[in-house]
Design a protein around this ligand. Structure first.
Ligand code: SF4
Length: 61
């Protein structure tokens, strides 16, 4: 299981994470990404790596 957090202060709304891992990430009306807080989807690790501004924090729980 992974705990996922998006830092809305730094997210630039590029949408990468929503393409890499659409079951977990979505873009909100304010243009920031939102993540399901707990998931088994391994793509969160790729999304974390590929975020251009390092706004995604994934912790194994
Ligand atoms: S990849 Fe990073 S900057 Fe882009 S929308 Fe997702 S969290 Fe925001």
């Amino acid at each position: 299981m992974f705990k996922v957090r998006v830092n809305e202060e730094t997210c630039i709304g590029c949408g990468n994470c929503t393409i890499i891992c659409p079951k977990v990430f979505s873009l909100k009306n304010n243009g920031k990404a939102h993540a399901k807080s707990l998931t088994n989807e391994k793509c969160v690790l790729k999304a974390e790596k590929e975020c251009p501004v390092k706004s995604i924090e994934v912790t194994k729980v």
